[in-house]
Design a protein around this ligand. Structure first.
Ligand code: ZN
Length: 246
C-alpha cells in the first residue's frame, strides 16, 4: 500500500543478511550543501539557456562559455561541504560493503568527500575532464578556464571538455546500473525530482520484480511518487542519518 507521510512516521529500514540496496541520489541532497544548479546560478547566466552550456551543440557553438560555466561551478562547489546525509551514506557503505550500490545524478564530489569509496556518477564528474575527440581516459582536473584561449589541448589536438554528461548524451555505465537494479532487494531514491530520465524510470524497473521495496526520501513527493511504496518526507540531512537500522 502506497504511503506518503513525514519521515518520522516510518520505522527505520532493515536489510536481511545478504540483501542488497540500490541508492539513487539527486540534486536535492547536494542543494542542502549549497551546491547551485544552472537555475540558481547568478544573474550573469540568465541570458543563456541551459542547452547553451550543457549540450554538444552549445559546446560546438562556444566552448569558452561552456568552460566559463563549469569553471564557476568548480569554484562554487569548492566552497561546499558534505551534509549529514552524505556522511550517513558513507557510514552505510562501511557497514554493508559491496551490498550497497550508490548511484548519483550529481556531478559534485560530496559523496567522496564524506567518505564513500564506490560512487557511480551517471552524469559525470565536475572535477574531471577529458578530450572532446579521442578515447584518452578522463582525469582529475580542478583547474578553471575562463576563455577559449585558456582551454588546454590533448596530444591528439582535440580540446579538453568537462567530463559531464550533457543533454543528448548517454549517461555513464547504464549496463552496470541495469545489473544493480536487477539484483537489489531495496531501492531508495534521495532528493531526485523524478523528472529526469532515465533515472526517473529506475523505480519502475525494480518494481517489475516481486518483493522489491522502493522508498523515496525528500522534502516533497517526486513527480513519479506513485511508483514508490513509501515517500518519507523531510530534508535528506534530517532523514538519512536515521533511515537504516544500524
Ligand atoms: Zn585526444
Amino acid at each position: 500500500m502506497f504511503q506518503i507521510a513525514p519521515y518520522d512516521r516510518f520505522p527505520p529500514l532493515a536489510l536481511a543478511p545478504g540483501q542488497r540496496v540500490f541508492i539513487l541520489t539527486g540534486a536535492g541532497i547536494s542543494a542542502e550543501s549549497g551546491i547551485r544548479t544552472f537555475r540558481d546560478a547568478s544573474g550573469l547566466w540568465q541570458q543563456y539557456r541551459v542547452e547553451d552550456v550543457a549540450s554538444p551543440e552549445g559546446w560546438a557553438q562556444d566552448a569558452g562559455v561552456v568552460w566559463r560555466f563549469y569553471s564557476e561551478r568548480r569554484a562554487q562547489a569548492s566552497q561546499c561541504a558534505p551534509n549529514p546525509a552524505h556522511v550517513a551514506l558513507a557510514k552505510l557503505e562501511e557497514a554493508l560493503g559491496d551490498r550497497i550500490f550508490l548511484c548519483t545524478q550529481n556531478v559534485d564530489p560530496l559523496h567522496e568527500q564524506a567518505g564513500s569509496r564506490r560512487v557511480h556518477h551517471m552524469h559525470g564528474e565536475l572535477f574531471r575532464s577529458r578530450c572532446e575527440r579521442c578515447d584518452a581516459a578522463d582525469f582529475v582536473d580542478e583547474a578553471t578556464y575562463f576563455s577559449i584561449a585558456a582551454i588546454p589541448r590533448c596530444a591528439c589536438g582535440g580540446r579538453l571538455r568537462p567530463h559531464i554528461v550533457w543533454f543528448g548524451e548517454m549517461p555513464l555505465g547504464l549496463d552496470v546500473i541495469a545489473n544493480e537494479l536487477d539484483r537489489c532487494d531495496l531501492f531508495v531514491t534521495i532528493g531526485s525530482s523524478g523528472a529526469v530520465y532515465p533515472a526517473a524510470g529506475f523505480v519502475r524497473q525494480v518494481r517489475s520484480r516481486k518483493g522489491v521495496r522502493a522508498v523515496y526520501v525528500g522534502p516533497e513527493g517526486p513527480d513519479n511518487a506513485g511508483s514508490f511504496d513509501e515517500c518519507r518526507l523531510g530534508k535528506a540531512g534530517e532523514v538519512v542519518p536515521g533511515l537504516f537500522v544500524t
